[in-house]
Design a protein around this ligand. Structure first.
Ligand SMILES: *[C@@H]1O[C@H](CO)[C@@H](O)[C@H](O)[C@H]1NC(C)=O
Ligand SMILES: *[C@@H]1O[C@H](CO)[C@@H](O)[C@H](O)[C@H]1NC(C)=O
Length: 407
């Protein structure tokens, strides 16, 4: 994936999009656009919130030609924002964990007053191996700042290659300690701010696990948003290792990414100290030969995290089993054409919202995995950095805030 799209004009991009269209003929040009499917039990609070979020009741219209392809939306989301995506400047804070690991997070102050006049902080947990420097996070932060939110973003351990690890471990799917620490720090530094919890992809699993683990955690937030997550790693695995070649490709690409990260911190992760702490998790030959996430999880991640089998590791890391404990306003978003998250997976969120009256699940027809690029009438083929996803998160947050003021 050595393509870079830097300095590329929307016109050139349109030409590229045509080529991609030819490559991906099977990608849905005939499919119609539609409003998201909404699942909820129907309390008045949720109805009011939905009413205040027109993005949820109007069609989400992806860019012409390429936008209805969940694959294209997914593959380019990380790279393409580079054209002119914003670079918000924040302050990096850090805190040392009990095992000596140094967690870091970035705080971005609001650029305007919030429409309600209040002080609100969005506490963001990014996707696998991502950080505040990831393009989709930067675009989102900028949009939220302009709408009056402070944004705190957890940098997953190891995701910033230039920040040296101070203990031999990186993030894992279900370890919520760093997110918990970020929240404690935010509460300490901004005691008067009201908090919103937001997780993207693997980060969505993490925040739901964190919230489901304890009522105390839930009380810290006015609402939560879980974006494009898979809910159950064990149930997700067969889809990743099946015969779908594209899925295998995504899996391979994510594995390469993870290996790059492990390699960047090789000295700390597999040095003498690491070997004494995690003797079974240092077989670098096997680790760097892996071509699938489950292989790395088997030879590295689950051993380092102290689980005796992959199954136990995936089960204990998944939010699915604690989802039912969550009782607070929560918004789940998945896309039908998300190539990484099979329908069977968001079924767990559907079951949850049917029994919990403060929750809503929206499933869009298009958008891919964290894509959600939008069709702008003036440049219907172009890719604009600000996405439907960024807007819907802010709108849902505003709606919850407005509804609580009316009480
Ligand atoms: C986020 O992580 C994914 C998966 O590891 C990777 O493909 C992507 O490049 C990262 N995104 C950014 C913007 O860093
Ligand atoms: C919330 O209220 C503010 C004014 O108090 C209004 O400008 C905004 O549109 C409302 N937003 C939502 C999503 O309800």
């Amino acid at each position: 994936m050595g393509i870079t799209f830097d300095n590329m004009s929307p016109t050139i991009f349109a030409v590229g999009a045509v080529i991609l269209y030819l490559l991906f003929r099977f990608l849905n040009l005939a499919s119609y656009t539609a409003s998201p499917l909404l699942f909820f039990k129907g309390s008045q609070i949720v109805q009011g919130i939905i009413k205040a979020c027109p993005l949820l009741t109007e069609p989400y219209i992806p860019p012409l030609l390429w936008g209805k392809s969940g694959h294209i939306q997914t593959v380019i989301y990380a790279k393409l924002g580079r054209i002119k995506s914003p670079f918000p400047s924040g302050q990096r804070l850090s805190s040392v964990m009990p095992d000596g690991a140094t967690m870091t997070f970035d705080v971005f102050e609001p650029l305007a007053e919030h429409s309600s006049g209040g002080d609100y902080t969005m506490c963001v947990c990014p996707g696998i191996a991502n950080s505040s420097e990831s393009v989709y996070i930067r675009t989102f932060v900028d949009h939220a700042q302009r709408n009056g939110y402070r944004v705190a973003v957890l940098n997953h351990l190891g995701a910033l290659k230039n920040i040296k690890l101070t203990a031999p471990r990186i993030f894992s799917y279900g370890e919520t300690d760093e997110y918990a620490r970020m929240i404690e720090e935010i509460e300490r530094v901004f005691p008067n701010s009201k908090l919103l919890s937001i997780g993207f992809s693997m980060g969505g699993n993490l925040i739901c696990k964190y919230l489901g683990d304890s009522i105390e955690h839930q009380r810290k937030f006015i609402c939560a948003m879980s974006i494009c997550q898979g809910y159950d790693a064990m149930a997700a695995m067969p889809h990743f290792t099946g015969w779908d070649l594209l899925l295998r490709f995504y899996n391979w690409a994510m594995t390469q990414n993870l290996k790059k990260l492990l390699n960047a911190h090789r000295d700390v992760l597999f040095g003498a100290h690491a070997k004494s702490l995690y003797p079974t998790a240092c077989d670098t030959e096997k680790i760097f030969w892996a071509t699938a996430l489950s292989e790395i999880d088997e030879v590295y991640t689950r051993r380092r995290a102290g689980f005796s089998s992959l199954e136990e590791f995936y089960t204990k890391s998944s939010c699915r089993y604690v989802l039912n404990n969550i009782d607070m306003p929560i918004f789940f978003l998945n896309a039908e054409d998300d190539p990484l998250i099979h329908k069977d997976l968001w079924h767990y969120a559907k079951e949850y919202v049917m029994t919990h009256e403060k929750a809503v699940l929206a499933v869009t027809k298009h958008g891919g995995h964290l894509g959600f690029f939008e069709c702008e009438p003036s440049h219907p083929y172009a890719m604009h950095p600000l996405t439907w996803l960024d807007k819907v998160i802010v709108q849902y947050g505003d709606a919850v805030i407005n509804s609580s003021k009316g009480e």
